[in-house]
Design a protein around this ligand. Structure first.
Ligand SMILES: Cc1ncc(COP(=O)(O)O)c(C=O)c1O
Length: 401
């Protein structure tokens, strides 16, 4: 057995289930899960049709799909990323700089297995709180994770100034998540640029998880991305930089398992080699559906309008009782709780049949501070009526505290 398996911590949802085990719900109202970031808005019909087209599914069944994906899919991704992140036309070459992946989850995990050396003393830096795959991927490679707190004082962005030089010296991989899960914080271009300069100075790779980049409130201010920071610096080879994107949140298709990685061609060539063994090639009809999804913005704009409307309704309801603030991007609230986060979550479940995630399940104590302690994560993914119902019940509950 891989000895590092023992270093893995239980997944947040397992801890949540354990926390709820044996509790008796007092409310008769239906259960509402605000704990899981699984989009519930309807998938656009043209994508449902593409994915379920029998002729297209049947055509793909008789051949092994290519790990690199079809030219058409990579071209669609390349055009999308070039347009979205203001890249100089022609710099993001689909054949060299883009690989399709079966969702960013497996890609984030396998990328770390590929690029980390496992050498004694090596470390990988990640935000705290964080998406737990980063930590698991680092630990399973026998690498030491270094957690960088995302406190309120830095606008919930990782406090990179607090990282000692010796950590950067030993760092092989930096994970960033922008927009952040669970904080919603968006890294500005200049901070991305400073991280790229650090990566050059200390010789590490940046993996930028941008899977929430298409959920944002202001159509005129899309969150910037790492490739965009490269372009702004004239770094047209995207050296040391790899981004992770997904159709799960952008196009409400978490079940499709489709995303891509893009960036530094030399790193992607090594990752391609890894993936030929890893064996996560995307089935043909998923590739075809993905190609159409990346080529269309209308359904993405419509989706953002739904979130905008929902947040405009729910935030003013919850702000007076729970101090929620509308996320800069993404679909989570990350409020402080007036009592211990686990107790809050348990009592909300018992009294109102609502599940939220205790913040500490998404974070680790580090240097005497746990940035998730006494916070909760609430995913505003359901249809508006359910979110409003949840808000009304949370208000009733919060007034009893
Ligand atoms: C920060 C973050 N990254 C990656 C993922 C994985 O998304 P997917 O594998 O569906 O692309 C999630 C899913 O919730 C997430 O929150």
């Amino acid at each position: 057995m891989n000895p590092f398996l023992d270093s893995l911590l239980p997944y947040p949802f397992e801890r949540m289930n354990a926390l709820k085990a044996g509790l008796r719900v007092r409310s008769n109202a239906p259960h509402i899960a605000l704990s899981i970031g699984e989009p519930k808005h309807a998938t656009a019909q043209f994508l449902v049709d593409a994915c379920t087209d029998v002729a297209s599914v049947r055509a793909g069944l008789g051949t092994y799909p290519a790990t690199r994906g079809s030219d058409a899919l990579r071209a669609s991704i390349g055009a999308w990323a070039t347009n979205r992140f203001l890249l100089k036309p022609g710099t993001l070459t689909p054949s060299k700089h883009v690989l399709p992946v079966s969702g960013t989850r497996e890609a984030l995990f396998s990328f770390a297995q590929c690029v980390l050396s496992g050498r004694s003393g090596s470390c990988a830096v990640l935000p705290n709180p964080f998406y737990q795959i980063y930590e698991g991927a680092i630990l399973l490679r026998g690498t030491t994770p270094y957690y960088v707190a995302c406190p309120e004082s830095t606008g919930y962005l990782p406090d990179f100034d607090s990282v000692p030089a010796e950590v950067w010296q030993n760092c092989e991989l930096l994970f960033i998540c922008t927009p952040g899960n669970p904080t919603g914080a968006v890294m500005p271009l200049d901070q991305l640029g400073r991280l790229i300069a650090l990566a050059d100075r200390y010789d590490f790779i940046i993996a930028s998880d941008e899977c929430y980049s298409e959920i944002y409130p202001d159509e005129s201010r899309p969150p910037p991305g790492l490739l965009q920071a490269c372009a702004a610096m004239g770094r047209d080879d995207f050296s040391r930089c790899v981004v992770f994107h997904s159709l799960s949140k952008r196009s409400n298709m978490p079940g499709l398992r489709s995303g891509f990685v893009a960036g530094d061609a030399a790193i992607l060539e090594r990752f391609f080699l890894y993936r030929t063994y890893h064996g996560c090639a995307m089935p043909a009809h998923i590739q075809h559906t993905s190609e159409l999804a990346w080529a269309d913005e209308t359904h993405v704009i419509d989706n953002r309008a739904l979130y905008r409307h929902k947040f405009a309704t729910v935030t003013p309801m919850l702000a007076p009782v729970l101090g929620v603030r509308e996320p800069e991007a993404g679909f989570y609230y990350w409020p402080a709780t007036p009592i211990d986060d686990e107790t809050f979550s348990q009592r909300l479940f018992v009294e109102e049949n609502i599940t939220v995630l205790p913040g500490r399940y998404l974070s680790r104590p580090h240097a005497g501070v746990d940035p998730g302690l006494n916070r909760i994560r609430m995913a505003m993914v359901a249809e508006p009526a359910e979110c409003i119902d949840a808000a009304e019940r949370i208000i009733r509950f919060a007034r009893t505290l």
